[in-house]
Write a protein that binds this ligand. Structure first.
Ligand SMILES: *Cc1c(COP(=O)(O)O)cnc(C)c1O
Length: 351
């Protein structure tokens, strides 16, 4: 692999003030596709791309991305969490968006080289990590509407703290009844850029009313829970942990899968099924809605303290983080940081 090192290294940010996705390391990985084939990946200095105004991605949004994390412990051991699942999902997203799939092993090995070069950028404080952002965009210069013939794949790295400024304080969520994020047959299950563009207005409206996120309902009946922002949703109703089934409009979150697998292993009753807002309200009224949380790579597990639906405020677990939410947060971050044994085989060391 060709590696071009940066002549001037950047100053590293104070690891107590990282925030999310604000700082980028000195290098990045790039890999181009043309003439029906991928070229070799390359490591180059992090720098702006040359982008033609006619470039396909700018007009028709044929683009996908991923999100994963790398960790470093106090002895300098570097690990990644379930990275194969990210590249597998990215190839699935690529197929949905009419983009070429890639050899996940080649890309993974190139990523590991990049992470080794950037090892001094990996923060070590609890709650911090090196966020990995693989991206694939259509790069042909043409205005005709068809799948691009050229693509650019790249991976950038960003040292991150906790996703939300207020850490593990439970979030406030407004159920969005008018706008939808995705519908069945659409692109909801692909991690594509347009899904986020479609979700911004509902999210901003929720923010303007003092909520952290909008909760999306299904696109057909506006009745069933789908997900929030960049997280899958969970509810604890009585002794059952419920998360919406992957019906096609919901992203198959890797943290969602991790939550389900941990809960099952530790004897909790977990159901992946459709869950309507009517059911959530009914459970709340009967005192059966014990906890709610979101799951995603960025925040891992994020407790929900308030859900507002049709003007009704449902305060969950007194607005505090619940027992099962805490258990999952502790277990998953514990496996990631090696506080707990990796009994699921999710952690890969980068040597
Ligand atoms: C990425 C993402 C998630 C979370 O997926 P993870 O693999 O757990 O990070 C959930 N919903 C949407 C819409 C996403 O884009």
């Amino acid at each position: 692999m060709k590696i071009t090192l940066s002549k001037e290294l950047k100053q590293k940010p104070d690891s107590s003030k990282l925030g999310f996705g604000k700082y980028f390391t000195d290098h990045m990985l790039v890999m181009d596709y043309e003439n029906n084939a991928w070229k070799e990946p390359e490591i180059v200095p992090y720098a702006p791309f040359q982008i033609a105004p006619a470039m396909n991605i700018l007009h028709y949004g044929q683009g996908i991305f991923e999100g994963a994390k790398a960790y470093k412990n106090s002895e300098g051991k570097i690990t990644v969490f379930r990275i194969d699942d990210n590249f597998k999902r990215m190839n699935k997203s690529a197929q949905r968006m009419c983009m070429p799939t890639f050899d996940a092993e080649v890309v993974k090995n190139a990523l590991f080289e990049l992470i080794k070069i950037e090892k001094d950028w990996i923060p070590t404080q609890p709650g911090t990590a090196l966020y990995i952002r693989p991206t694939l965009i259509a790069s042909e210069e043409v205005l005709g509407v068809h799948a691009s013939k050229k693509y650019k794949f790249f991976i950038i790295l960003s040292p991150v703290g906790s996703y939300y400024a207020h850490g593990l304080t439970p979030t406030k969520i407004l159920v969005e009844e008018h706008f939808v994020r995705a519908s069945i047959g659409g692109t909801g299950e692909a991690k594509c850029m347009g899904n986020y563009a479609a979700s911004l207005l509902g999210g901003e409206l929720a923010n303007s009313k003092g909520y952290d996120q909008a909760l999306w309902l299904d696109g057909n009946e506006h009745k069933y829970v789908e997900e929030v922002g960049s997280m899958n949703m969970f509810f604890v109703i009585g002794d059952e942990v419920v998360t919406p089934a992957l019906v096609g409009s919901i992203l198959d979150g890797i943290t969602r899968r991790s939550c389900i697998e941990v809960l099952k292993k530790y004897g909790y009753k977990v159901s992946e099924r459709r869950i309507s807002m009517d059911e959530v309200v009914e459970a709340y009224e009967k005192g059966q809605l014990k906890e709610s949380f979101g799951s995603g790579t960025a925040a891992v597990v994020s407790p929900v303290g308030l859900i507002t639906y049709r003007g009704k405020d449902m305060i969950i677990n007194d607005g505090k983080m619940g027992e099962i939410t805490s258990f999952l947060y502790d277990r998953i971050t514990g496996i990631q940081s090696e506080r707990y044994e990796d009994e699921f085989g999710w952690v890969t060391e980068i040597k």
